[in-house]
Ligand binder design. Sequence first.
Ligand code: CDP
Ligand code: CDP
Length: 225
Amino acid sequence: KSKNIAIAIDGPAAAGKSTVSKLVAKKLQFVYVDTGAMYRALTLTALEAGADLESEEALLTLLQGIDIVLMQHEDGQKVLVNHNDVTEAIRTNEVTNNVSVVAKHPLVRKEMVRRQQNLAADNGIVMDGRDIGTRVLPDADVKIFMIASVEERAERRYKENIAKGFEADLAQLKEEIRLRDKLDSEREASPLVKAEDAVEIDTTSLSIEGVVEKILDAVYDVIGR
Ligand code: CDP
Ligand code: CDP
C-alpha cells in the first residue's frame, strides 16, 4: 500500500475523471470518492420529493435528512441514500440535466464539502469533482485538471449510451454538456476552475491508460516509486 496522500481530480463532464480516478485508486489501493455522485444523490432525492430546485432552503432540509454512503466496490463504488441503492437511479438523464441547478446553491455546497472533507481524513484518497483542488482539498498532494474537447466528450457519452442499449442523440448530448459546463463554470459558489497548482491533462486524443500513466507519474514524483 502506498503512502497516504490526497489526489484531487477536477474537470468538466465526460473528461474521463471517474474512469481514470477508479483505476488510479485501484492501483494505489486508495479510497475513491466520486463527489458528483453526492450532488446527484441529492438531486434524485429532490426530484422524488417534488422539491423546488431553486429553493436552497428546501434542498438543505432534504440534505440534512439523508445519509449518502459511497461504498467501495470491486470496480468502483455503490451509492446508497439512507440505505437504498441508488447507483443506477442517479445516472438518468433527468438527474444529469438538473444536477447543476442543485449544485449552484452555496449552503448545499458547504454541507457537501464538509462531508467530503470528512471522507478524506486519514485516507489515501482519489477524489473527483469540480472544486476538489480549489475548495475541498486545497492542500492535496497532487492536483489534476482534466479537459477534452466538447465534441470528444459528447462522443464518449454517446458511445456509453449506445453500449448500454439506450437511445442517444449526439447533437443533443453536445448541447447538454455545453450547458452543464456553462452552469458549472459560471456559478458564484466555487465554480469549475483549474487550481493554480494543478497539472492540466488534455485527454482528447489520449487513451484511458495513457491518462492513468500521466497521473501515476505525477503521484510518483511526490511519493517516490
Ligand atoms: O460524471 P459527470 O461529469 O457527468 O458529472 P458528475 O461528476 O457526476 O457531476 C455532476 C454534476 O454535479 C456536475 O455537473 C456539477 O454540477 C456537480 N458537481 C459539483 O458541482 N461539484 C463537484 N465537486 C462534483 C459535481
Ligand atoms: O467522470 P467524467 O464525467 O469526467 O468522465 P467518465 O464518466 O469517466 O466518462 C468518460 C468516458 O470516456 C468513459 O466512457 C471512458 O471510457 C471514455 N474515455 C476516457 O474516460 N478517457 C479517455 N482518455 C478516453 C475515453
